[in-house]
Design a protein around this ligand. Structure first.
Ligand code: MOS
Length: 739
């Protein structure tokens, strides 16, 4: 049988999605379903002095109006230990539990009604009086404070480093230093966040948009102080998330509360506007990078500092300074990370959280250093190429970044570049090219899966994983099909349900390394179980044979020495079994102590700038990536060009317009918050450098997702400099910044 891993299999869930048969969280149609709407606060900080719900209660169709005055008290039990993505010790915004207002847009009341329109109408009738309080609504880095110790320990470096960076910087013959900034950015997935909550006695079912059903259940169990076993979370399809659905936001609690009080299943769907204050966002971040180098371009010192906005009621820290620690060889390095508290909802991971931010500053600084040295930017990177992770002092499990540089540069035609800025024109347009390195750490978590071989010759594979768009359904089907020796069409993969075997968070690019290896292990386990069954039998082709004499291949079992394959289904029939099933888990082992792992990339872009209008077009983006083994090149390409589009948005378009007078995002809609559209995209390429990282995990994959956005924004900014001679260190690079 031909290998299935590595084939460009089309999405197995594609037909269901394009024919409307894929059921998203909002679409579960339960009998008696009621609808809820949120009343958000309209001030950034203070307390409620009066909340009048009389008119809302009298409005047509209204079933319940909940405020801090009448809502059931919730336990909000602290988590025993920090969950992977939730706030420290669980959700810190305790909804409808007190009159305090902590940010503009905070839910102050919930209206449950027969229809969404009635709920929305009645929510508009709730009157709130406030006593306002002073609160910081400006992003003022001078107020920055270090993150909590446990954040620093969790790979989000605060004050860290090696050698003596400041002394080395002072001594370095060549120095560059600059400040970089990007604004608050929002995920803007097409599917809004939505929860349907249904109580049946003491049991709660949540149909939710989430990247992690198991964590959703855990969080709500802590909020309501109930055993996890009484909660089921169902989330088979997610219409994009980019990190926004990693954790459980207050609206999930509100939906469950509303359903409890109304005695009906309740659907709560956030409006597009509410998404800007009710889920997280990429925090506004300022960075300062100082590089010191020898005349021949060897880095002597790296100083990288970052100030990032954070809510006042809970801490969120990012890995902003982590990539700098191992991008290049440098003995002297210092990082410093500060959080700036503001009256805002909490930020959260978004599209390569922290890393996309840190790489943007570092890779722009490297470009500036190259210009200062009169050295080609690619050559500068090669001179500082690092063969091991100098911060952890470990070898890479594999690193084919050199090949990425070579392949992408050749494809792009980088060697034809003239180094001087403003050296190339096409008619009235200035043409520039730029490049950057991409990196994203590869992690792996424990995960589990079950595999059932059935009497009709199919396999059903299950794990409580998620597929927010990267193709988990398809790639996991391929892993199982190849391991079992069955065609893709005979394998069905089920995910997104807490009734399925535990899977880790669908984020941080860890899904394939975690769940994929669990599935491969579960396939092996069911094959072993079948082998034990057939050899223990009194008769049949394998009766009495030692286990080692039997091999699983081509969808069945055969004698290892050769001979015909007896299909699984045939063996099950011989033993009068409808199916045979095994469940197992897989987790990282000692290798994590021996190696550091990351996905790498090299990206090259061309820009055309119209100086009269200040517009930037990006006719070409070419990225070459080392992501370990590629399970499905078609889906991997989609994932990479999607990440590149996100990077283009970060470079040229995305910006929340924050008004400090109101502590509020003013362009909270997709008309005024700009994201790239088809007309912004011209030509993109994603090339995969062959690799198979068995040092990292048995499947040989690394993470493929977030690496694709990293490096795009600095490559574009570097190309804009090459085109115009202007270094725009503040994203997005808008027309006014170039005029
Ligand atoms: Mo991603 S920001 O880990 O969903």
């Amino acid at each position: 049988m031909n290998a299935i891993i590595g084939q460009p299999v089309s999405r197995v869930d594609g037909p269901a999605k394009v024919t409307g048969q894929a059921t998203y969280a909002a679409e579960f149609d339960l009998p008696g379903l009621a609808h809820a709407a949120v009343v958000p606060s309209t001030i950034p900080c203070g307390r409620i002095t009066r909340i009048d719900t009389a008119a809302a209660e009298r409005a047509p169709g209204v079933l319940a109006v909940l405020t801090h005055e009448n809502a059931p008290r919730l336990a909000y039990r602290q988590m025993e230990k920090r969950a992977q993505v939730d706030a420290q010790s669980g959700e810190q915004l305790h909804v409808l539990q007190d009159p305090e207002v902590r940010f503009n847009g905070q839910p102050l009341a919930l209206v449950v009604a027969e229809t969404p329109e009635q709920a929305t109408h009645a929510a508009g009738l709730v009157q709130v009086d406030y006593e306002r309080a002073e609160a910081p609504t400006e992003f003022d880095p001078a107020r920055g404070k270090p993150p909590a110790e446990e954040n620093a320990k969790a790979g989000r470096p605060g004050d860290a480093g090696r050698g003596d960076a400041d002394a080395a910087l002072a001594r370095a013959p060549v120095r560059v230093e600059a400040t970089y900034e990007h604004p608050r950015e929002h995920h803007n997935a097409i599917e809004p966040h939505v929860t349907i909550a249904q109580w049946e006695g003491e049991h709660l079912t949540l149909f939710d948009k989430t990247q992690w059903v198991d964590n959703d259940r855990k969080e709500i169990a802590h909020v309501f102080d109930m055993p996890e076993e009484r909660i089921r979370v169902v989330s088979p399809f997610v219409g994009g998330a980019f990190g926004s659905a990693l954790r459980t936001w207050p609206h999930v609690t509100l939906a469950a509360l509303g359903a409890k009080v109304a005695g009906r299943p309740v659907r709560l769907e956030l409006t597009r506007r509410q998404l800007y204050s009710s889920i997280g966002f990429r925090p506004h971040t300022r960075q300062r990078v100082a590089l010191g180098a020898t005349q021949d371009g060897r880095l002597q010192a790296v100083v990288h500092e970052a100030w990032s906005q954070v809510a006042q009621y809970e801490e969120y820290a990012e890995t902003t300074l982590a990539p700098t620690q191992h991008l290049y060889a440098c003995a002297n390095l210092r990082t410093r990370y500060r959080l700036v508290e503001m009256a805002t909802n909490s930020p959260c991971p978004m599209r390569a959280p922290g890393v996309a931010t840190g790489v943007f500053a570092m890779e722009m600084a490297m470009d500036e250093l190259a210009a200062e040295l009169g050295l080609d930017p690619l050559e500068l990177r090669l001179r500082n190429y690092v063969e091991r992770d100098e911060q952890k002092d470990l070898p890479w499990s594999s690193k084919k970044l050199r090949e990425c540089y070579e392949v992408a540069a050749r494809r792009f035609g980088w060697d034809r570049r003239r180094p001087e800025p403003r050296s190339l024109r096409d008619g009235h347009l200035l043409v520039g090219t730029g490049m950057a390195t991409a990196i994203y750490h590869s992690d792996r978590s424990a995960g589990s899966a079950s595999v059932a071989l059935t009497g009709n010759g199919t396999a059903v594979v299950r794990s409580a994983a998620s597929d927010m768009g990267p193709g988990t359904y398809t790639s996991m089907t391929q892993v199982a099909a190849e391991t079992l020796g069955l065609p893709v069409a005979r394998v069905r993969f089920e995910l997104g349900d807490t009734n399925l075997p535990f899977a880790p968070v669908h984020g941080g690019s860890i899904t394939m390394a975690s769940v994929g290896n669990a599935i491969a292990a579960a396939c092996g386990a069911v094959q072993s179980k079948l082998i034990d069954l057939v050899r223990a039998a009194a008769e049949g082709p394998f009766a009495g044979l030692p286990a080692e004499a039997i091999a699983a291949r081509d969808g069945g079992l055969a004698r290892r020495e050769g001979g015909p394959v007896v299909p699984y289904a045939e063996l099950l029939r011989q033993h009068n079994l409808g199916w045979i099933e095994a469940e197992t888990s897989a987790k990282p082992g000692e290798e994590t102590k021996k190696y550091s792992s990351a996905a790498f990339g090299a990206v090259f872009v061309e820009v055309r700038v119209d100086e009269a209008l200040g517009t930037v077009r990006v006719p070409r983006i070419i990225g070459a990536y080392d992501v370990g083994r590629v399970i499905n090149p078609k889906i991997a390409r989609s994932q990479c060009i999607g990440g590149q589009v996100g990077g283009l948005g970060m470079a040229l378009e995305e910006r929340a317009e924050w008004d400090p007078r109101f502590g509020k995002v003013m362009n909270a809609n997709l008309a005024e918050y700009h994201v790239p559209v088809n007309a912004d995209i011209i030509e993109q390429e994603a090339i995969f450098v062959p690799n198979d990282d068995r040092n990292f995990n048995p499947l040989g994959v690394k993470g493929l997702a977030e690496v694709a956005i990293c490096g795009i924004a600095p490559a574009i900014a570097n190309a804009v400099w090459h085109a115009t001679g202007k270094r725009i260190c503040k994203l997005p690079i808008t027309p006014e910044s170039l005029l």
